[in-house]
Design a protein around this ligand. Structure first.
Ligand code: PLP
Length: 406
């Protein structure tokens, strides 16, 4: 056994979150793709079976009240709230992240003061946020200005209405400074909209503490809600009365069953709802969130950093020199819960890794992404992933050298 393998054993033995792995359905593959699709919590299949067979099958329409279907979007929002540092009553679950980006951005522009006609968007954003921001800008008569997060403070001014930033860059794993950027947005008199897709469930966010105005995020990555699980929308309490949704569906009406032709928005978080909630996905998510019971986000963050530190150390030890370049910042304050490595033939390298039981993903054109989900990834997984990566890259280099010699 190598020194690193022994170290991994020791780290696993003292890991206070180690028992959480047993609450997930996993096999002996090393699953480092929880930043794309979180693993299945073991409680979910039984719950979904009950929701389908008993709640839907037997109670039928009664379940809207008796099984708590109608209030699920706010109830589940309150379950997500402590994970992102929000007091209850400010988060509603439903629709996709893309749709919630649209609601948040248009509503932010509508709340911004007069004369503010510019939306600033993270230039390195996940594509959907950029597409939606462009459309939101056109609809609200704003100009769209893409700015790199590091250059944000200097780019804000009297025309800025809203700023949309990703908390963690989906490609590089870079963590942006939410407190200071939010303060800069507020100093310019604009509203801050944060996309938490790659941070919620992996690190503390502190939405209330830092005065974030609006936030969105998905639940199928670090929150393990399942494929296509509904996203969430946070609207800071002080702004809720002014939140003017661009998608005012009947579910956000103050009296939805009054069936009035005139729209009167509901108070509070439920103003962010649109249409009938997707109950099957919502209740699968609710069961998935039970794994967070008693888990402090600070412990998750500490383990996440220990995992990524150890992975980087193992990569340095096992991977042929110069074969990869790390795109993820080494400073803890700038690192999310993933490591992105640039290398030649990254698509082929990832295929070979997956064939050998190490699952990460490939992002065009040359990036290997490894996501570290502290609730179910252990240090032995990390050591094995780096060791197999070293073997695969060694083979690829040998093949290239062999090809040259022929
Ligand atoms: C994963 C992700 C999304 C996904 O959006 P959907 O509407 O759920 O497909 C959006 N934005 C970011 C930053 C993401 O990482």
């Amino acid at each position: 056994m190598s020194d690193l393998a022994r170290r991994a054993e020791k780290l696993d033995a003292t890991d206070e979150l180690a028992a959480k792995r047993g609450e997930f359905e996993l096999d002996d593959t090393v699953y480092l793709d929880g930043n794309s699709l979180g693993a299945l919590p073991a409680a979910v299949p039984g719950r979904v079976e009950d929701v389908v067979r008993r709640q839907w099958g037997r109670l039928r329409i009664r379940s809207w009240d008796e099984s708590g279907w109608w209030t699920a979007p706010e109830r589940i929002g309150d379950r997500i709230a402590p994970l992102v540092g929000a007091a209850p009553g400010q988060i509603v679950v439903g629709d996709s992240t893309s749709v919630n980006v649209f609601k948040a951005l248009v509503a932010a522009v509508r709340m911004a003061g007069p004369g503010r006609d510019e939306i600033v968007v993270d230039a390195s954003t996940f594509p959907t946020d950029g597409y939606i921001a462009e459309s939101a800008a056109r609809l609200t008569g704003c100009a769209l200005r893409p700015v790199r997060p590091a250059e944000l403070p200097g780019a804000l001014g009297a025309r800025t209405a809203a700023v949309l930033v990703n908390h963690v860059d989906y490609r590089t794993g870079r963590l942006h400074d939410l407190p200071s950027l939010t303060a800069a947005v507020h100093a310019a008199g604009a509203l801050a909209v944060w996309d938490l897709c790659h941070s919620a469930g992996a690190l503390p966010v502190g939405l209330d503490a830092h005065g974030v105005d609006l936030a969105v995020g998905c639940t199928y990555k670090y929150l393990n809600g399942g494929p296509g699980a509904p996203a969430y929308l946070y609207v800071r309490r002080e702004l809720q009365d002014r939140f003017d949704s661009p998608l005012p569906g009947w579910n956000s009406h103050a009296d939805p069953f009054g069936m009035s032709p005139a729209y009167t928005p509901a108070p509070g978080a439920l103003r962010g709802r649109v249409g009938t909630p997707d109950i099957l996905s919502l209740l699968a998510l609710e069961a998935a969130l039970e794994v967070w019971e008693g888990v402090p986000v600070e412990a998750v963050r500490a383990k996440s950093l220990a995992l990524t530190d150890f992975f980087l150390e193992c990569v340095t030890a096992y991977v042929p020199p110069g074969a990869v370049e790390c795109l993820t910042p080494l400073a803890h304050a700038e690192r999310g819960s993933q490591v992105a490595l640039r290398c030649a033939d990254a698509g082929d390298v990832m295929k070979r890794l997956i064939d050998r039981g190490v699952v990460g993903d490939f992002r065009h054109p040359d990036v290997l992404r490894f996501g570290f989900t502290p609730l179910y990834v252990g240090f032995a997984d990390v050591e094995r992933a780096a060791r197999v990566l070293g073997e695969v890259l060694g083979e690829v280099l040998d093949e290239v050298a062999g090809g040259r010699a022929e």
